[in-house]
Write a protein that binds this ligand. Structure first.
Ligand code: SAM
Length: 303
């Protein structure tokens, strides 16, 4: 058995900059910030933002409010979708000269539907150190509490604004067996939910995470039809920020044959031969006979 003190030491290993209290020269830190609740900022994020030479921010006014709330003042440089290409060359030069910088977005993890990809790509190509400081992101925050499968999921960002394009994208995803995650704005929610109904059907399970980590946080779960009915009846809830999660398709071959264990066991007890039971179950479920035969045989050996 592992010594608990050993475990806590290994799971809490800090990287050199937090141990020594200094940052590595010529490094860009990708710093996640809260998606609503200020208390979700991490110790490492605060420590890093306090020490870097500058912070590249999606919206400098927004970030200066965050810094104010954290009681710090740091030089801010704007870096958004419209100036990233031009700005990244200047930031590269600063980093080459040994300066340290942080990249933040308005909320959550930078590069997750936020600017920064082009710059991080360039820095990696140039051999510059890029260090992630992980923290909140709406996609993971929503998934971890929705009650939909999380073993495999596909993050799809925002759906296209145009109705036909939205339907086309959803149609491509219709048979995907992974949980699908979309970001959505309040003014498109009531276009997107009917589109989900049209493509995935009324009965597909889904969950909507709204205003996560904030005062009016809410999860609305059920079939697509039920979730649409809820927001149709509660137009006051069609505001704030949304993450939409749709359960993946359940394909025929995914039918779990063990769901029929009790029935197969009962037929075994009545003395029916394994072959005949397999044929009955295969007829009933439409599944292949071989795996069913193997399962019945297993159950027989257990009896
Ligand atoms: N970088 C962010 C992240 O890591 O999640 C996402 C930025 S994206 C421009 C903004 C979208 O994220 C919102 O329109 C909403 O779909 C989702 N989002 C952000 N904060 C949220 C929150 N507190 N509750 C629900 N959704 C949120």
């Amino acid at each position: 058995m592992q010594d608990p003190s050993e475990k806590s030491e290994s799971t809490l290993t800090a990287t050199s900059e937090t141990v020594s209290g200094t940052l590595s020269a010529g490094t860009l830190y990708i710093v996640a910030t809260p998606i609503g609740n200020l208390k979700d900022i991490t110790y490492r994020a605060v420590e890093t933002l306090e020490k870097v030479d500058w912070i590249a921010a999606e919206d400098t006014r927004h970030t200066s409010k965050l810094l104010q709330a954290l009681g710090m003042h740091r030089p801010l440089i704007s870096l958004h979708d419209h100036n990233e290409q031009a700005r990244m060359g200047q930031l590269l030069e600063k980093l080459k000269q040994g300066e340290t910088g942080a990249l933040v977005s308005d909320a959550g993890t930078p590069l997750i539907n936020d600017p920064g990809f082009h710059m991080v790509k360039l820095l990696r190509q140039e051999g510059i150190n890029v260090v992630p400081i992980p923290g909140p992101s709406a996609v993971i925050t929503a998934l971890c509490a929705a009650g939909l499968p999380t073993n495999r999921f596909s993050y799809e960002g925002f759906l296209p604004a145009k109705a036909q394009k939205r339907i086309n994208v959803l149609t491509e995803l219709k048979d995907d067996t992974r949980t699908l995650v979309f970001y959505e704005s309040p003014h498109r929610l009531m276009d997107t939910l009917p589109a989900l109904l049209e493509v995935f059907g009324a009965n597909r399970q889904m969950s909507v995470g709204r205003e996560l980590t904030k005062t009016y946080e809410q999860f609305v779960s059920g079939s697509v039809e039920e979730v649409l009915a809820y927001f149709t009846a509660h137009s006051d809830k069609v505001r704030g920020e949304f993450v939409l999660m749709v359960m993946g398709a359940v394909l025929e071959e995914d039918v779990d044959i063990t769901d029929y264990d009790a029935l197969m066991q009962s037929m075994l007890k009545q003395g029916l031969p394994v072959k005949q039971i397999s044929e009955i179950i295969a007829d009933y479920t439409g599944e292949k006979k071989k795996p069913i035969y193997n399962r019945v045989q297993q159950l027989k050996d257990l009896v």
